[in-house]
Structure formats: C-alpha cells, structure tokens
Design a protein. Structure first.
Length: 302
C-alpha cells in the first residue's frame, strides 16, 4: 500500500514534506523524502545501540547502493516546496566505481512524475537506514563533496527511530550538515524537537576561511554524540556543542536511537529555486559514512 507522508523539514520553514511511502502503518511526520518502509519500533530509550556502521561505497560504476544498509525514498516534498522528485534504483543514486556514492540532481523528468506544483521539473535521490541501522550515541561522520549553484540543498542528517509512533518533531532531528547553494562556503548543524523545530531549530553555521567553497573539495562532517550532549565538527574543527541547557526548559529528545539520511534536494523555502545561473546535473559525492557507537556509559567504541 502506498500512502502520502511528511518528508523532511527545514530550519527556516515548517519542514514536513510529502513523499509516497511503502508499507507505512503510521504517517512519518518528518523524513526528507518518502520512506519506503516504516521505521522499526524504538527500543528502550535508556539502552544505547552498540552496533557500528560503515559504507565505503565500493562496487562497479553504475551499481545501486547496498540494499542491506540503505533504502531509497520516492516522491516529492510539498511542505518544503522542494522541486525534485526522488527516484528509486540507481537512476539518481549510484556508485561511481571509485569508492564513492554519487547522488545526482537532474533537470529532467523521463518518468513523467507529478509533483505538488504539477509536472516535476527535476529528479534526485534520498536514502535512509530506517529498519536497517540505528545508532544511539557515538561518532557519526560522512566525507562528502557538495554540489554548487542556486537552489541546491544537500543534507546529511538523522531522525528519531520512534518517528512512526510519536511523529515529528517529537521524534527529534539532528542535522549533521546542510548546505544551501547561495552560501557556498557555509554549512549548518541544527537540532529540532518539540517546541524548537522548523525556523526555531537550535544550531550554528560553520564557514570555510578565505572565501573557499565546500563544492571545491571533500570535507568530513561529523557529530560526537553522548548522553545529553551533541558536538558538531567539520574536518575535525569543533564549532558548536548543544546540551539540554540550550533548550530553555524544552524537552531534550536525543537520548534514544536515530537512523541516518542522505539527500540532495532542489529548491525549497530555504535555498530558493534554481535560476538561470544554476547548471545541471549537480552531484553530491559521498566518500564514506561511518558510525562508531557507544557503550551504556557513553564512551565511544572505535
């Protein structure tokens, strides 16, 4: 059964978005794209997941991602007013044969996909690990090279595994890295939860020195996550740390399992739509994704 569910939200809008989901028994209140399967039931919040995760994206050029680790979401995203349609298979997300995943945004619509605004103008891809891997605490990182251009919106982020039960923003969201095309040298790290979501999300930007652009090379975006604290870094440079003390008495919802998401959106409230200066295709290249999770005391296992 296919239903419409909210996709991902954005820090400057009410970022619930709609995509088609497969076999969802409850609406996903917040997931960028459409979840192709419902998030698994959340385990006890006080019991950290001790598993580790690594994907170096090795394989022949043109291969689809490892289905034991990732699922692809399909559909559009009305609530953010994004312009892309997320496709399945390897049409917009494929290995390049050089140890990287490439998510490609194209100005095309060979499948005659329909979006909230009519016939879709762009295609792209969104992947998540719901039902396949969750983490609770530890070091979470991805080494990536972002696209460039007005309207581009790549992201590496996480959603609470109880999304299907409690909805967004009660599930919590951890944005490890977001970049919008009109800020080529800046990325953002943000948390969202009940009472501090959408434009009220709590976070900070990180900018490269000397006018450098993130699209010029690969960078490592990471969080170090422990009970009651999350610390963000770029290439090992720490730029913010958040704790319950930053929430003004609101609920901290980050002491439980979360799953991973990678996506490349086109357009939307925050980045704005592509314009005449934007060239296509644009690509988000991912060299690796790694998670070293923690034991019950919050000590990272590497």
């Amino acid at each position: 059964m296919s239903i419409r569910v909210p996709l991902r939200r954005h820090r400057r809008s009410t970022r619930t978005t709609a995509l088609a989901a497969v076999a969802l028994t409850a609406a996903l209140s917040w997931a960028p794209g459409v979840a192709t399967a419902a998030p698994p039931p959340a385990g006890p919040a006080a019991t950290p997941n001790a598993a580790t995760f690594e994907d170096n994206f090795d394989g022949p050029a043109g291969s689809a991602v490892d289905g034991s680790k990732w699922q692809l979401e399909t559909g559009d995203n009305v609530n953010n007013h994004e312009r892309q349609y997320y496709t399945s298979g390897n049409a917009n997300a494929a290995l390049n044969g050089q140890g990287q995943l490439v998510i490609t945004a194209r100005k095309e619509n060979p499948g005659n996909y329909q979006c909230w605004y009519g016939r879709c103008e762009y295609t792209s891809a969104r992947l998540n690990t719901s039902g396949k891997f969750t983490a609770q605490y530890g070091h979470v990182e991805a080494r990536m090279k972002v696209p460039r251009g007005q309207g581009m919106w790549p992201a590496f982020w996480m959603l609470g595994n109880d999304l299907g039960q409690v909805g967004w923003p009660n599930s919590g969201e951890i944005d490890i890295m977001e970049n919008v095309g009109f800020e080529p040298g800046t990325v953002h790290g943000t948390i969202h939860g009940p009472g501090y979501s959408g434009s009220g999300g709590i976070g900070a930007p990180y900018s490269l020195p000397n006018g450098q652009a993130f699209a010029d090379g690969f960078h490592t975006f990471a969080i170090d996550w422990a009970p009651d604290s999350i610390t963000w870094s770029v290439d090992g440079n720490v730029y913010q740390r958040r704790t319950p003390a930053d929430l003004g008495g609101k609920q901290w919802v980050f002491n439980k399992p979360f799953f991973l998401i990678l996506n490349l959106a086109v357009g939307g409230y925050w980045p704005g739509d592509p314009d005449g200066s934007t060239s296509f295709p644009q690509q988000l290249a991912v060299d690796h994704v790694r998670v070293s999770t923690a034991n019950s005391a919050g000590a990272v296992r590497r």
